[in-house]
Design a protein around this ligand. Structure first.
Ligand SMILES: [Zn+2]
Length: 66
């Protein structure tokens, strides 16, 4: 089962898929009137994008080996 993992290195930090290496890229700065709201919007967007992406497709375009 694929999961969303927090990838952190010297060059980059991002949410990635554990299965195919798909990277979540926010469409813009977080929106909301409060920090809590921004966080919720960000997480909502992240979950939606993650659920929508296709692991098989990403594996094909990215010949990544572990
Ligand atoms: Zn994936």
């Amino acid at each position: 089962m694929r999961t969303l993992i927090w990838f952190n290195s010297a060059e980059t930090e991002a949410w990635v898929c554990s299965e195919c290496g798909w990277v979540f890229r926010p469409l813009g700065p977080p929106v909301g009137r409060t920090l809590e709201e921004m966080k919720e919007n960000f997480e909502g967007q992240r979950e939606k994008e993650f659920a929508a992406h296709d692991c098989a497709k990403h594996r094909k375009t990215k010949s990544q080996r572990r």
